[in-house]
Ligand binder design. Structure first.
Ligand code: EPZ
Length: 440
């Protein structure tokens, strides 16, 4: 069954303005955090994306009352009647999201038990949850792997812990925060992730009554408290979506104002965007990105945890690099299998080769293993339309950008996946004067 089919007449610059709302990688986590409160919470700047729908469904299953005004972007959550959900319903609802694993701590605090179905998420690597399960055991939970998922209990409640992350995992950091804030005693998390979305979650939890501090060496200290109350919070804007539209402006020779974008969350991206030859103007209401003319310049970029160049920024940027003069190198050090999307770009005329070696930077975790995690892009190469299939969320948006940049007609299959992380992307494309037609 075709999961959404889009016809794109490429070769036209994207010009106009769009608005980006709350970050996909914060909003669902703040929604789960509301479970920890004894009173209602209100989250603003909430985008109408699939991940918000999925997490709303899971929260409702557990008795949380949810009201969402999509026009205003306001989400009300009342967790005063939290109760256990039925396993089969949870499994049906979890869908392709990875967020369910973050329900563990809050449900164990509220109900003493939790069931988490097997997780989804993009096919960009193994996506293990070993860090998460080890963390929950360290807090005192029992973890029982069953056929459909994982059952957790905490008969004597949860207590503070000292946790050392083998890798600064965003999800594992969130798992620790959402569990430690109501655990008995002190928790120390060493080697934590400190992405802007993590710091926004810390703000949410602090508003609820939590006591959290973040040291300069990435150690996070949490003092467990007896009660947390609801919060009022405006979610930070989505820096991944902003970078995606910026790369689209560059790849199509366009000019796009992204209302709502924050410079401070995107410093590293903006530096790279400028080095490639893009221009941007930071304004009070957002950031304008455009192609100033002339050649784009090839460069070497290595993805890393914050404040490095974010792994989710490289797929859209690679499309712009196919139009840059010379050889560019991208070394992906966060996920082992994140260049699958380049196959379709080569079908469209790009010259991209992937390598197992760590190219362009220091050696990383994937260097001595069989992962094609470095890419060399030779440009500029004219792109021509093709029939392509969306591999994952961010790769899929890159296919869209490539189809918009290519001369001729492309048909992009599987675009419903893009709804997961890009709010109203069809109306945004129309607002940017793209010639797109939804065929299915
Ligand atoms: C979050 O994923 C984001 N997703 C990802 O965005 C983002 O790319 C990633 O963080 C890195 O910034 C959400 O927030 C929903 P990780 P997460 O745990 O938390 C390994 C998008 O398209 N690892 O930081 O799952 C893992 O294999 C998505 O918006 C373990 O080994 O990422 C990976 O190599 C894509 N064991 C590395 O850590 C674990 O238990 C980073 O993963 C957990 C992670």
């Amino acid at each position: 069954m075709v999961d959404g089919l889009l016809q794109v007449e490429g070769g036209r610059p994207l010009t106009g303005e769009i608005t980006v709302r709350g970050a996909k990688n914060l909003v669902p986590k703040a929604m789960v955090a509301a479970l920890l409160g004894t009173t209602a919470s209100v989250l603003r700047n909430v985008p109408g994306i699939r991940d918000v729908e999925v997490v709303s469904g899971l929260l409702r299953l557990h008795g949380v009352a949810i009201e969402y005004d999509e026009q205003e972007g306001v989400l009300g959550l009342d967790p005063s009647r939290v109760e256990s959900a039925h396993v089969a319903d949870i499994d049906a609802h979890a869908g392709s999201s990875r967020i369910p694993i973050l329900f563990c701590g809050p449900l164990l605090h509220r109900l003493g038990e939790a069931f988490i179905p097997d997780l989804g998420g993009c096919r960009i690597g193994d996506r293990p949850i070993d860090f998460h399960l080890d963390i929950l055991r360290t807090f005192g939970a029992t973890v029982d792997k069953q056929s459909q998922g994982i059952r957790l209990t905490a008969p004597s409640g949860l207590h503070g812990a000292v946790i050392e992350l083998p890798y600064p995992s965003v999800g594992a950091t969130e798992q620790t925060l959402l569990t430690a804030v109501r655990a008995r005693g002190l928790t120390e998390l060493r080697g934590a992730a400190v992405e802007p979305e993590i710091m926004d979650l810390v703000d949410v939890l602090q508003k609820m009554g939590a006591i959290i501090s973040v040291d300069t060496d990435r150690t996070i200290h949490i003092e467990g408290v007896d009660e947390l109350v609801g919060y009022h919070h405006v979610a930070l804007p989505d820096r991944i979506e902003t970078a995606s539209w910026a790369s689209a402006a560059l790849a199509t020779g366009g000019n796009v104002l992204v209302r709502g974008a924050h410079q401070s969350d995107m410093t590293t991206f903006l530096n790279v965007f400028r080095k490639v030859g893009g221009a941007f103007d930071v304004r009070e209401d957002g950031i304008r990105f455009w192609h100033p003319g002339g050649d784009l310049k090839s460069l070497v970029v290595e993805t890393n945890v914050h404040p490095g160049f974010m792994t989710d920024w490289q797929q859209p940027l690679v499309v712009a690099l196919t139009q840059a003069q010379g050889l560019s190198i991208v070394h992906e050090t966060v996920y082992e299998n994140r260049f699958g999307f380049t196959h379709a770009l080569c079908q469209m005329g790009a010259q991209i080769q992937v390598y197992r070696e760590c190219l362009g930077g220091a050696s990383c975790r994937f260097g001595q293993r069989n992962f094609y995690h470095s890419a060399v892009i030779s440009g500029p190469t004219p792109l021509h339309g093709a029939d392509i299939e969306v591999p994952d969320l961010r790769g899929g948006f890159s296919h869209l950008i490539a189809a918009l940049a290519a001369e001729g007609t492309s048909r992009v299959e599987g675009i419903n996946l893009i709804d997961r992380g890009y709010e109203s992307f069809m109306s945004k494309l129309k607002a940017l004067d793209a010639d797109v037609t939804r065929l299915a």
